[in-house]
Design a protein around this ligand. Sequence first.
Ligand SMILES: NC(=O)c1ccc[n+]([C@@H]2O[C@H](COP(=O)([O-])OP(=O)(O)OC[C@H]3O[C@@H](n4cnc5c(N)ncnc54)[C@H](O)[C@@H]3O)[C@@H](O)[C@H]2O)c1
Length: 305
Amino acid sequence: MGLGVAECFAAAGMGVVLTDATPELTRRAKDRLARRARGHAEAGLISEEAAARVEAVEAADEMAVAVDGVELVFEAVPEDIMLKEEILSSCSGAARDAIIVSNTSSLPINDLSAFVEHPGRFCGMHWFNPPEWTPGVEVIPAAATEEEVVGRLVEFLRSIGKRPAVVGDGPGFVANRIQNALFLEAVRCVEEGLASPREVDEVVRSCFGFRLPFFGPFQIADMAGLDVYENVLDVLEEGLGERFEAPGALRDLVEEGRTGTKSGAGFLEYTDEERERLLLERDRRYAALNELLKDLPPVDAGSAP
Ligand SMILES: NC(=O)c1ccc[n+]([C@@H]2O[C@H](COP(=O)([O-])OP(=O)(O)OC[C@H]3O[C@@H](n4cnc5c(N)ncnc54)[C@H](O)[C@@H]3O)[C@@H](O)[C@H]2O)c1
């Protein structure tokens, strides 16, 4: 993750200093980063100028040297709380006024914030693989993180073309929680013999997953109709148990007649004009995605065991 994020930062024109556990690993990381940027330029994915900026990234053998005088420290060591403690505490001593962020996937940000000298300038920043291309980044403030720091991080991520979302410090934050709920049901479908892994993948990517580059679950539910969702959940709960129980927030909206775009309000609110525009833009985007998928069909890799 560290290399991909370093490529993003450097390609966007920021000065970057890499460091790893040993001088030899740091040298190898710098070489790998340069090779990867060259490969991306040759594939036409980044410009020659951006690749040259990435190739010029600096490296420092000592962490204290790497973080000296920087504005932002991006920590991406393995997901081991003891190692995070060691690295965060030593770099926070050396980094003076820097904001320090941790790219943890799952460790509580409040716990990590106890390892730095200035928790007000510490924040979670969860990127997604591959970081060069995935736009979304979760920004997870600890209880002590200053609001101004969160604002600066969000602004910075937007300035390099990312799509940050500020989320709470709950288990798995938002993305891993939802992604794993999907994954668990996918595995259960296979275990129960409903479909093979390939078929599940096809259903997810081509049915409801097809919409996900454009809309999240709330807008999708609003467009489908919350009353429809409630009915479907009742059937699922009957067959699969209480993990599918319709949440109170959904039942309340249906009760109030807020059934989604068709009623002018669901989880979000829509004027007539907004609803017409939403549905038209939805159709335009889906048609464009279908065209793109004709040129870029699914990657046919992996075979059934
Ligand atoms: N892999 C993913 O898809 C992904 C996605 C989001 C977040 N994350 C998170 O990012 C972090 C890094 O994950 P990764 O998959 O890139 O791990 P990785 O093992 O690929 O990379 C970790 C890097 O940290 C270096 N390192 C180890 N000990 C060190 C030390 N003492 N000092 C300095 N550097 C040290 C390693 O040499 C390696 O270069 C983890 O917290 C992980 O949960 C990973």
